[in-house]
Design a protein around this ligand. Structure first.
Ligand code: ADP
Length: 260
Protein backbone atom coordinates (compact mmCIF):
# COMPACT_ATOMS: atom_id res chain seq x y z
CA UNK A 1 0.00 0.00 0.00
CA UNK A 2 1.43 3.35 -1.03
CA UNK A 3 -0.05 6.60 0.03
CA UNK A 4 0.90 10.02 -1.17
CA UNK A 5 -0.73 13.01 0.36
CA UNK A 6 -0.34 16.38 -1.25
CA UNK A 7 -1.75 19.52 0.19
CA UNK A 8 -1.21 23.19 -0.02
CA UNK A 9 -1.39 25.11 3.23
CA UNK A 10 -4.18 27.62 3.33
CA UNK A 11 -3.05 31.19 3.85
CA UNK A 12 -2.29 31.63 7.51
CA UNK A 13 -2.19 27.87 8.26
CA UNK A 14 1.07 26.04 8.80
CA UNK A 15 0.08 22.81 7.05
CA UNK A 16 -2.99 21.08 5.53
CA UNK A 17 -5.12 19.09 7.97
CA UNK A 18 -5.50 15.47 6.97
CA UNK A 19 -7.40 12.69 8.74
CA UNK A 20 -6.53 9.26 7.50
CA UNK A 21 -8.72 6.25 8.42
CA UNK A 22 -7.59 2.82 7.40
CA UNK A 23 -10.00 -0.04 8.18
CA UNK A 24 -8.84 -3.62 8.03
CA UNK A 25 -11.90 -5.37 6.61
CA UNK A 26 -10.23 -8.77 6.20
CA UNK A 27 -11.70 -10.23 9.42
CA UNK A 28 -15.10 -8.74 8.67
CA UNK A 29 -15.33 -10.15 5.16
CA UNK A 30 -14.12 -13.53 6.43
CA UNK A 31 -16.91 -13.50 9.02
CA UNK A 32 -19.42 -12.60 6.33
CA UNK A 33 -18.14 -15.54 4.25
CA UNK A 34 -18.61 -17.93 7.20
CA UNK A 35 -22.13 -16.57 7.77
CA UNK A 36 -23.09 -16.99 4.11
CA UNK A 37 -21.71 -20.53 4.07
CA UNK A 38 -23.70 -21.35 7.23
CA UNK A 39 -26.95 -20.02 5.77
CA UNK A 40 -26.35 -21.99 2.55
CA UNK A 41 -25.65 -25.15 4.59
CA UNK A 42 -28.73 -24.72 6.76
CA UNK A 43 -30.97 -24.15 3.72
CA UNK A 44 -29.58 -27.24 2.04
CA UNK A 45 -29.93 -29.39 5.16
CA UNK A 46 -33.54 -28.30 5.65
CA UNK A 47 -34.51 -28.60 2.01
CA UNK A 48 -33.38 -32.21 1.57
CA UNK A 49 -35.76 -33.84 4.11
CA UNK A 50 -38.55 -31.41 3.16
CA UNK A 51 -38.30 -32.38 -0.52
CA UNK A 52 -38.51 -36.07 0.43
CA UNK A 53 -41.56 -35.47 2.63
CA UNK A 54 -43.25 -33.55 -0.18
CA UNK A 55 -42.44 -36.19 -2.81
CA UNK A 56 -43.76 -39.09 -0.67
CA UNK A 57 -46.90 -37.14 0.29
CA UNK A 58 -47.60 -36.29 -3.35
CA UNK A 59 -47.13 -39.91 -4.41
CA UNK A 60 -49.54 -41.02 -1.69
CA UNK A 61 -52.10 -38.42 -2.70
CA UNK A 62 -51.89 -39.37 -6.34
CA UNK A 63 -53.04 -42.92 -5.63
CA UNK A 64 -50.40 -44.86 -3.66
CA UNK A 65 -52.52 -44.39 -0.53
CA UNK A 66 -54.78 -47.17 -1.81
CA UNK A 67 -51.90 -49.64 -1.98
CA UNK A 68 -51.36 -50.79 1.65
CA UNK A 69 -47.79 -52.05 1.15
CA UNK A 70 -46.50 -48.87 -0.49
CA UNK A 71 -48.48 -46.50 1.67
CA UNK A 72 -46.94 -47.95 4.87
CA UNK A 73 -43.48 -47.71 3.32
CA UNK A 74 -43.96 -44.09 2.22
CA UNK A 75 -45.49 -43.04 5.54
CA UNK A 76 -42.49 -44.59 7.35
CA UNK A 77 -40.14 -42.50 5.16
CA UNK A 78 -42.15 -39.36 5.90
CA UNK A 79 -41.91 -40.14 9.62
CA UNK A 80 -38.12 -40.68 9.38
CA UNK A 81 -37.56 -37.45 7.46
CA UNK A 82 -39.69 -35.52 9.95
CA UNK A 83 -37.51 -36.96 12.75
CA UNK A 84 -34.45 -35.79 10.87
CA UNK A 85 -35.82 -32.26 10.56
CA UNK A 86 -36.60 -32.33 14.26
CA UNK A 87 -33.04 -33.38 15.26
CA UNK A 88 -31.57 -30.79 12.93
CA UNK A 89 -33.65 -27.98 14.39
CA UNK A 90 -32.93 -29.15 17.96
CA UNK A 91 -29.18 -29.23 17.25
CA UNK A 92 -29.21 -25.83 15.55
CA UNK A 93 -31.10 -24.22 18.41
CA UNK A 94 -28.80 -25.89 20.94
CA UNK A 95 -25.71 -24.66 19.15
CA UNK A 96 -27.10 -21.14 18.80
CA UNK A 97 -27.82 -21.01 22.54
CA UNK A 98 -24.34 -22.18 23.47
CA UNK A 99 -22.71 -19.77 21.03
CA UNK A 100 -24.77 -16.87 22.33
CA UNK A 101 -23.64 -17.78 25.85
CA UNK A 102 -27.30 -18.31 26.84
CA UNK A 103 -26.80 -21.87 28.05
CA UNK A 104 -26.76 -21.73 31.83
CA UNK A 105 -23.98 -24.05 32.91
CA UNK A 106 -23.88 -25.19 36.49
CA UNK A 107 -20.26 -26.14 37.04
CA UNK A 108 -19.70 -28.34 40.07
CA UNK A 109 -17.53 -31.18 41.22
CA UNK A 110 -18.91 -34.66 40.44
CA UNK A 111 -17.73 -38.28 40.30
CA UNK A 112 -17.11 -39.35 36.70
CA UNK A 113 -17.65 -43.13 36.82
CA UNK A 114 -21.47 -43.13 37.29
CA UNK A 115 -21.94 -40.60 34.46
CA UNK A 116 -19.82 -42.69 32.08
CA UNK A 117 -21.70 -45.85 33.11
CA UNK A 118 -25.12 -44.33 32.49
CA UNK A 119 -24.02 -42.70 29.19
CA UNK A 120 -22.80 -46.09 27.97
CA UNK A 121 -26.03 -47.66 29.24
CA UNK A 122 -28.05 -45.38 26.94
CA UNK A 123 -26.35 -46.97 23.92
CA UNK A 124 -26.43 -50.60 25.08
CA UNK A 125 -29.33 -51.73 22.92
CA UNK A 126 -28.13 -49.83 19.84
CA UNK A 127 -24.66 -51.37 20.20
CA UNK A 128 -26.05 -54.86 20.88
CA UNK A 129 -28.22 -54.64 17.76
CA UNK A 130 -25.08 -53.84 15.74
CA UNK A 131 -22.94 -56.46 17.53
CA UNK A 132 -20.60 -53.78 18.84
CA UNK A 133 -19.07 -54.30 22.30
CA UNK A 134 -19.19 -51.45 24.83
CA UNK A 135 -16.49 -51.25 27.50
CA UNK A 136 -15.53 -48.83 30.18
CA UNK A 137 -12.37 -48.63 32.23
CA UNK A 138 -11.93 -45.90 34.76
CA UNK A 139 -8.77 -46.48 36.72
CA UNK A 140 -9.79 -44.53 39.81
CA UNK A 141 -13.38 -45.06 40.93
CA UNK A 142 -13.13 -41.81 42.88
CA UNK A 143 -12.11 -39.69 39.88
CA UNK A 144 -13.96 -36.38 39.99
CA UNK A 145 -14.39 -33.64 37.41
CA UNK A 146 -15.70 -30.10 37.47
CA UNK A 147 -18.48 -30.00 34.90
CA UNK A 148 -22.08 -29.21 34.13
CA UNK A 149 -23.75 -32.62 34.39
CA UNK A 150 -26.18 -32.22 31.51
CA UNK A 151 -23.44 -30.89 29.19
CA UNK A 152 -21.06 -33.68 30.18
CA UNK A 153 -23.77 -36.26 29.44
CA UNK A 154 -24.40 -34.56 26.10
CA UNK A 155 -20.68 -34.64 25.22
CA UNK A 156 -20.25 -38.30 26.18
CA UNK A 157 -23.53 -39.31 24.53
CA UNK A 158 -22.56 -37.63 21.28
CA UNK A 159 -19.09 -39.21 21.18
CA UNK A 160 -20.42 -42.68 22.09
CA UNK A 161 -23.23 -42.31 19.52
CA UNK A 162 -20.70 -41.49 16.79
CA UNK A 163 -18.36 -44.28 17.89
CA UNK A 164 -21.18 -46.86 17.68
CA UNK A 165 -22.49 -45.38 14.41
CA UNK A 166 -19.14 -45.45 12.64
CA UNK A 167 -18.06 -48.88 13.91
CA UNK A 168 -19.07 -51.97 11.92
CA UNK A 169 -20.29 -55.23 13.47
CA UNK A 170 -17.91 -57.10 15.80
CA UNK A 171 -16.14 -53.86 16.65
CA UNK A 172 -15.60 -52.29 20.05
CA UNK A 173 -16.22 -48.94 21.71
CA UNK A 174 -14.51 -48.10 24.98
CA UNK A 175 -14.58 -45.18 27.38
CA UNK A 176 -11.53 -44.76 29.60
CA UNK A 177 -10.47 -41.98 31.93
CA UNK A 178 -7.39 -41.01 33.85
CA UNK A 179 -6.24 -38.05 35.86
CA UNK A 180 -3.55 -35.76 34.58
CA UNK A 181 -2.12 -32.86 36.49
CA UNK A 182 -5.20 -30.85 37.56
CA UNK A 183 -7.15 -32.27 34.65
CA UNK A 184 -9.08 -35.40 33.82
CA UNK A 185 -8.76 -36.99 30.40
CA UNK A 186 -11.69 -39.01 29.10
CA UNK A 187 -11.14 -41.05 25.92
CA UNK A 188 -13.88 -42.47 23.72
CA UNK A 189 -12.17 -44.97 21.41
CA UNK A 190 -13.59 -47.18 18.70
CA UNK A 191 -12.34 -49.78 16.26
CA UNK A 192 -14.44 -48.34 13.43
CA UNK A 193 -13.88 -46.80 10.01
CA UNK A 194 -11.48 -44.10 11.29
CA UNK A 195 -10.86 -40.63 9.87
CA UNK A 196 -7.99 -39.67 7.53
CA UNK A 197 -5.72 -36.92 8.97
CA UNK A 198 -6.65 -34.33 6.33
CA UNK A 199 -10.15 -34.12 7.87
CA UNK A 200 -9.08 -33.68 11.51
CA UNK A 201 -8.75 -29.92 11.41
CA UNK A 202 -12.25 -29.32 10.04
CA UNK A 203 -14.05 -32.13 11.88
CA UNK A 204 -15.44 -29.86 14.61
CA UNK A 205 -16.87 -27.32 12.15
CA UNK A 206 -20.64 -27.08 11.76
CA UNK A 207 -21.95 -29.44 9.05
CA UNK A 208 -18.51 -30.84 8.21
CA UNK A 209 -18.73 -34.53 7.37
CA UNK A 210 -16.15 -36.88 5.95
CA UNK A 211 -18.77 -38.79 4.00
CA UNK A 212 -21.98 -36.81 3.62
CA UNK A 213 -24.03 -39.71 2.25
CA UNK A 214 -22.97 -42.10 4.99
CA UNK A 215 -23.63 -39.54 7.75
CA UNK A 216 -27.15 -38.88 6.36
CA UNK A 217 -27.88 -42.57 6.05
CA UNK A 218 -26.94 -43.01 9.71
CA UNK A 219 -29.17 -40.13 10.74
CA UNK A 220 -26.45 -37.59 11.53
CA UNK A 221 -27.00 -33.83 11.43
CA UNK A 222 -23.33 -32.88 11.02
CA UNK A 223 -23.60 -30.67 14.11
CA UNK A 224 -22.74 -33.19 16.85
CA UNK A 225 -18.99 -32.56 17.10
CA UNK A 226 -19.43 -28.82 16.83
CA UNK A 227 -21.77 -28.94 19.85
CA UNK A 228 -19.28 -31.20 21.69
CA UNK A 229 -16.47 -28.70 21.07
CA UNK A 230 -18.50 -25.72 22.29
CA UNK A 231 -19.73 -27.52 25.40
CA UNK A 232 -16.19 -28.67 26.30
CA UNK A 233 -14.89 -25.13 25.92
CA UNK A 234 -17.76 -23.73 27.98
CA UNK A 235 -16.75 -26.13 30.79
CA UNK A 236 -13.13 -24.97 30.61
CA UNK A 237 -11.97 -28.05 28.74
CA UNK A 238 -11.27 -29.16 25.19
CA UNK A 239 -11.77 -32.03 22.78
CA UNK A 240 -9.22 -33.46 20.34
CA UNK A 241 -9.14 -36.33 17.89
CA UNK A 242 -6.56 -38.85 16.82
CA UNK A 243 -7.49 -41.30 14.12
CA UNK A 244 -6.42 -43.02 10.95
CA UNK A 245 -8.67 -44.20 8.15
CA UNK A 246 -9.58 -47.84 8.68
CA UNK A 247 -7.95 -48.01 12.11
CA UNK A 248 -10.56 -46.58 14.45
CA UNK A 249 -10.74 -43.23 16.22
CA UNK A 250 -10.01 -41.74 19.62
CA UNK A 251 -11.76 -38.61 20.84
CA UNK A 252 -10.17 -37.13 23.95
CA UNK A 253 -11.99 -34.76 26.26
CA UNK A 254 -10.06 -32.97 28.98
CA UNK A 255 -11.89 -31.26 31.83
CA UNK A 256 -10.73 -29.57 35.00
CA UNK A 257 -10.23 -32.07 37.82
CA UNK A 258 -12.05 -31.47 41.08
CA UNK A 259 -9.84 -30.87 44.12
CA UNK A 260 -10.51 -33.38 46.89
P1 ADP B 1 -22.71 -36.51 12.13
O1 ADP B 1 -24.03 -36.11 12.59
O2 ADP B 1 -22.56 -36.50 10.64
O3 ADP B 1 -22.19 -37.76 12.76
P2 ADP B 1 -20.71 -35.07 13.71
O4 ADP B 1 -20.48 -33.60 13.86
O5 ADP B 1 -21.05 -35.83 14.94
O6 ADP B 1 -21.79 -35.24 12.58
O7 ADP B 1 -19.40 -35.71 13.08
C1 ADP B 1 -18.86 -35.10 11.91
C2 ADP B 1 -18.24 -36.16 11.01
O8 ADP B 1 -17.09 -36.72 11.67
C3 ADP B 1 -19.14 -37.35 10.71
O9 ADP B 1 -19.99 -37.10 9.62
C4 ADP B 1 -18.13 -38.44 10.40
O10 ADP B 1 -17.70 -38.31 9.07
C5 ADP B 1 -16.94 -38.08 11.31
N1 ADP B 1 -16.90 -38.86 12.55
C6 ADP B 1 -17.29 -38.46 13.78
N2 ADP B 1 -17.06 -39.41 14.71
C7 ADP B 1 -16.50 -40.45 14.06
C8 ADP B 1 -16.02 -41.75 14.46
N3 ADP B 1 -16.07 -42.15 15.73
N4 ADP B 1 -15.50 -42.53 13.49
C9 ADP B 1 -15.44 -42.13 12.21
N5 ADP B 1 -15.88 -40.93 11.77
C10 ADP B 1 -16.41 -40.10 12.67
Amino acid sequence: LELEIHGTPLPGEPCPGVVLVIDDVTALSKLEGVRQEFVANVSHELKTPLSSIKAYAETLLSGAINDPEHSTQFLTRIDEQADRLHSLIQDMLGLARIEAGKEQLELRSMPLAPIVASSLGDYESLAAAKHVRLLSEIAEEQLKVVADEESLRHVLGNLIDNAVKYTPAEGQVSVTAKSLERRVEITVADTGIGIAPEHHERLFERFYRVDRARSRELGGTGLGLSIVKHLCQAMGGEVTVSSEAGKGSEFRVTLPAAGN
